[in-house]
Every structure is written in C-alpha cells, then in structure tokens.
Design a protein around this ligand. Structure first.
Ligand code: 3EB
Length: 336
C-alpha cells in the first residue's frame, strides 16, 4: 500500500469534465450538477450525484482519491476504503418525516465504520432538499433531520464513544436527502470549536427539538508523515448561537470569514493542542465551497471571496438554501 498516496487522497479535486475517468484509487466521487441520483458503484467506485445547480449549469465533480481501494454496497450505503480512509455515501429515502430514516441510515453508517475498522469519523456532508420547508408535522425539515441525526449520535455513543465531526448541513435543489462522509483508521483527529460561537451541539431549544451534531472543524494528522489537514465545517454569520446581520449580505460574508479566521488562527489551534509550522490564515484555505441563498447575490459574494482567499484557491459557488432562513451565505473549506 502506497502511503504517500493515501495522504494526497484526502483532497478533493474539482475536475473540468462532467465525468472523469475512474480508477482504483478513487475512493468516491460526488457530482454537483442538475440531477439527483442516489449513490451507486460506477465503474467500481462510489458515485453520488446531487442536484445543486439549475438544468443549464454544468456544475463540477469532486473526486476523493487514495490508495488502491476496495468498493462495495451495503443496503443504502455505497463505500470504498483503502486501509486508512473510508468514503461512504448514502441516500435517505423520501418520507413525510425524515427523523426515523435519518437515525436509521446514520446508525447503519456508524456500524459500517466500526465493522470495517475506520472508526475515526472526521468529515460529513449532508444535502437536504426543501431544508427550510415544513414536514407533515409542521416541523422544519432541517430540524427534523437534526433530531434523527442527534439520536443516532446519542444511541451509538452508548456503545462506543463517537465525537461529532466537522460537517456541512445545507440545502439542495431537488432529489432526496443524501450524505457522504470520510473516516480514518489511524490518523490522529482533533475536533475544534470556535471561541466566539457556541458549540452547535449545545444550541438552545429555540432552533429545534435536538441540536445540530457537528464540530466547527476537524484536524487530521499523520505525525510520521508530517501531514496535517484541517477540514472546516460549513461556517456562517453566527455569533454565540445567534444569526447576526440578518439581511446584510456583505456583513454576513465578513462575519463568516472572520469566524473561519478565528477558528484556524494561532490562538485557537494552540487552545486545541495543535501545532503548525506557520500560522494559518484564509490564504491557506482551499477546496472552498460557498453556498449562497439568492442566486443574484453570487457575483458580490464571489468578489468578496476572491479577495479573502488565495488567488489559486479552488472556490465553487452553489445557489441553495441554508439551514436557517435568515442565513444568506455559508462557507466551507480544507487546509492541506
Ligand atoms: C451553523 O453554524 C450553521 O447541520 O451539519 C453549519 C455546518 C451549519 C453544519 C449541520 C449546519 C451544519 O449552525 C449551519
């Protein structure tokens, strides 16, 4: 097994074509395009297609590569693993209330991680169509989803300690709820919080019956290899637990960028026992996704992000709803 490749495999690559060639080093592929398709094995690799663009937009494909991988399907779960990393994608079938199937699918995913021996869950992405609409009981779909997810962490936690990973929980333009995640076998994982944001899993009840289950970032280190990757969760204009600048796009952008700066800044890393050779700033963040609620806001958000991040940074902009109706923008990224 080629360890160098395992590590470089932790990085997504946005490829220019719709469908890049598959090879056995592909742990998983996610298409951010106009059509939803539940995860399948395609030419031997997990492939999930999310509806994240309009019909005439091309979108992009994210590819996670690693060492030579084995792929398989188990119920709703489609996955591949290479000895250090596990990539797994799942669809949560449609229902009038998503809580139970979310809990069930999450629990199946946790069991898979355990059985295959990749228990260190470090990053999850959740794509939720109609995220701000009400379900059959008048509960917002995001809150319903959060309830099922939180129950899964709680139930599983009774058997084996499972810290909450960095995550994204965001809207989609159609299809069913779907998620994908990365976990690892031996990497050292550290979960980070932001000093000026309340941990999401302690948000008060006003945001729903159960809090969102995620950390603000995960640091994954392979000390012998000098590898340090920082996975930054979806980040928004929230201070404490409150949305700030409700209808001010540019101020929301600024607070979001400040939140990321504080999260990855020297003081916060030291607070979490993480040592880096140099201080980290927004200029170090790559593989950025910017979720924008209103399509007409994208040009202004793009300008602001282009200023804040490095010129070579890969930044993708997606027009989807965000988990709180008063949030206009949300940003995630990776430092490698
Ligand atoms: C927030 O800070 C904004 O539900 O998985 C960000 C990242 C947000 C992940 C999730 C939600 C999630 O609360 C929303």
């Amino acid at each position: 097994m080629d360890y160098a490749n395992l590590i470089s495999g932790g990085h997504p690559q946005a490829l220019p074509e719709d469908r890049p060639l598959m090879n056995s080093r592909v742990l998983g592929m996610v298409n951010f395009g106009p059509v939803f398709r539940k995860p399948v094995l395609e030419e031997g690799s997990p492939f999930l297609s999310l509806r994240m663009t309009s019909a005439d937009e091309k979108g992009f494909v994210e590819q996670w590569t690693a060492g030579p991988a084995q792929a398989s399907v188990s119920g709703n779960l489609v996955y591949a693993h290479d000895g250090e990393y596990l990539f797994c994608a799942a669809e949560i079938p449609a229902s009038e209330r998503c809580r139970n199937l979310t809990r069930k699918t999450y629990l199946a995913a946790f069991e898979l991680m355990d059985e295959l021996g990749y228990p260190r869950l470090f990053r999850m992405w959740n794509y939720i169509p109609r995220i701000n609409e009400d379900n059959a009981d008048g509960l917002e779909i995001y809150r319903d989803f959060c309830a099922g997810r939180s129950e899964a962490f709680e139930l599983y936690g009774r058997r084996r300690h499972l810290p909450m990973p960095a995550a994204t929980g965001i809207g989609a333009q159609g299809g069913n709820i779907a998620f994908f995640f990365l976990s690892c076998r031996s990497g050292r994982v550290t979960f980070l919080e932001n000093p000026r944001q309340m941990p999401a899993y302690t948000y008060p009840r006003q945001y729903g019956p159960r809090s969102p289950s995620f950390a603000r970032a995960t640091c994954v280190q392979h000390d012998a290899l000098g590898v340090l990757n920082l996975y930054i969760s979806g980040t928004a204009s929230i201070i404490g637990h409150e949305t700030v600048h409700r209808s001010d796009l540019m101020r929301q952008c600024d607070v979001t960028l400040e939140n990321i700066s504080l999260l990855i800044g020297r003081d916060n890393l030291i607070r979490h026992g993480i040592e880096t050779p140099a201080d980290l700033t927004l200029r170090d963040v790559d593989f950025i996704k910017v979720y924008v609620r209103h399509a007409e806001d994208i040009p202004a958000v793009r300008r602001r992000c282009r200023e804040a991040f490095a010129p070579h940074a890969n930044i993708q902009f997606l027009n989807v709803d965000i988990c709180r109706s008063d949030l206009l923008v949300e940003i995630e990224g990776i430092i490698t």
